[in-house]
Design a protein around this ligand. Structure first.
Ligand code: CTP
Length: 422
């Protein structure tokens, strides 16, 4: 037999085996992890015991198998805190809908859930369940919560299931889980789900999404205008990610110098008022995302001829407020999209301003980013964002704008599924 590379030499894995027909694959997973040099300690849930025996897990792992919270309470032996922390990585395979729901909600009423709550290590889950259970809004909510909490996922895969149905929900193969373990231990903070927008063209299938992007230009006279530094990169990237996720996308963009994203319906506008009219014409939609840096003011009574320099005095400009497109869409009664997302570009007190904007504009989610001097966000290619909703704040690490877009689209799809909108 060919020698297997010792890619996991000395790494300690705590493997939680949940109940499901896929539990038999956990036995092979133990073998694959060990042949790469990992030490594996297994925890078997009562439901898991219905599918594999503690004896087979113990024989393959070469370690005692833990099954009950209360048999561990004698802390002289190995308490649950130590069990959960002595590992380098906690792997849950199969991760059942029930285990995921418990972990997403912080329940700790048995050994597996207690370990998941007590651990200070990364957790990698390999879900396995019926396709309808996987696509149920409750599970989607739990997955979103777990990902927000930093849990990594391997799979599930698409395919025929033991129950005879077809679709996502099948546990990944042991070698795929091994690859995810290696990625997790190498410091990956995110392993794409098969349901991710980049790989799944049905996440927003049948949904209509309207997005604004870029700056607006507010004329002073026919040759001069007021503008801002927005490049349109973030809004355009979101439009592309939403189109790739199967949505019908209308992208309403102010003047930008980047190419139109593929597969979206473009509407090109100049001023805030043009943008508002184009948004109204594009509604109704399931999702509205206001990523444009709409000019707050326009010049009152812009000249229709070029203003000439005169010896007398410099011209003075009187500014008047532009309509707030985001607030207008969020306030829409008949036409309000199920999900209204705004951006908050701030240079100080980022989260306070973002929370205030969420309330003031009546939207469901604010993507807040710091555009202060030196951040390079305006016009740049990467972004550190915080998602602010009524449920709290979720901060993402520095990501390129394409990745922010992909994650945001995925999050919108989950929120839409969770809102019960069909
Ligand atoms: N927005 C909008 N119409 C406007 C102004 C802003 O639709 N006239 C939207 C932007 O697309 C963004 C959000 O509102 O999604 C917040 O934009 P931002 O410029 O950060 O906020 P302002 O409302 O302009 O508030 P301020 O400039 O005081 O921070």
């Amino acid at each position: 037999m060919a020698q297997v590379e010792q890619s996991l030499r000395g790494r300690k894995i705590l493997l939680i085996v949940g109940g499901g027909i896929a539990a038999y694959k956990a036995l092979d997973l133990v073998r694959r992890l060990r042949e790469r040099g990992a030490q594996v300690r297994a925890v078997l849930t009562p439901a898991g015991r219905e599918f594999v025996t503690p004896l087979s897990l113990a024989s393959l792992s070469g370690q005692p198998v833990h099954e009950s919270l209360f048999s561990l309470t004698d802390e002289t032996e190995m308490g649950h805190i130590e069990l959960s922390r002595s590992a380098d990585l906690v792997v849950v395979a199969p991760a059942t809908a029930d285990l995921m729901a418990k972990a997403a909600n912080g329940l700790a009423n048995d050994l597996a859930s207690t370990l998941l709550l007590a651990t200070d290590k990364k957790v990698l889950m390999a879900p396995a369940m019926n396709v309808r259970m996987w696509l149920h809004p409750a599970t989607l909510r739990n997955v979103a919560q777990l990902r927000a909490d930093g849990v990594l996922f391997a799979g599930p895969a698409d395919g025929e299931m033991a129950c005879g149905e077809f679709g996502p929900g099948r546990m990944s193969e042991p070698l795929e889980i091994v690859a995810a373990v290696e990625q997790a231990l190498a410091g990956e903070t995110r392993i794409p789900l098969p349901g991710d927008a980049a790989t799944n063209s049905s996440l927003l299938k049948g949904r209509r999404v309207v997005i604004t992007s870029g700056p607006t230009h507010e004329p002073i006279d026919p040759v001069r205008y007021i503008a801002n530094r927005s490049s349109g990169r973030q809004g355009h990237a979101i439009a592309l990610a939403a189109a790739r996720a199967g949505a019908h996308v209308t992208l309403i963009s102010g003047p930008v110098s980047i190419p139109d994203p593929a597969g979206v319906e473009m509407r090109k506008v100049e001023t805030a008022r043009d943008m508002l009219a184009a948004v109204d014409a594009a509604l109704p939609a399931d999702i509205f995302i206001g990523a444009a840096a709409v000019a707050d003011w326009r010049v009152e009574g812009a000249a229709d001829r070029k203003i000439k320099k005169t010896a007398a005095a410099s011209p003075s400009l009187t500014l008047t407020e532009n309509p707030d497109i985001l607030a207008h869409v969020a306030a829409g009664t008949a036409n309000r999209p199920s999900l209204v997302v705004g951006f908050a570009a701030e240079t100080d007190h980022l989260l306070d301003h973002a929370r205030a904007k969420l309330a003031r504009k009546g939207c469901d989610l604010i993507v807040a980013n710091d555009v202060g001097t030196g951040t390079g966000v305006m016009g740049g290619t990467s972004n550190t964002v915080h998602l602010v909703s009524r449920d709290g704040v979720e901060s993402w690490p520095l990501l390129d704008k394409d990745e922010v877009a992909r994650r945001l689209v995925e999050r919108c799809a989950m929120l839409l599924a969770g809102s019960g909108s069909t």
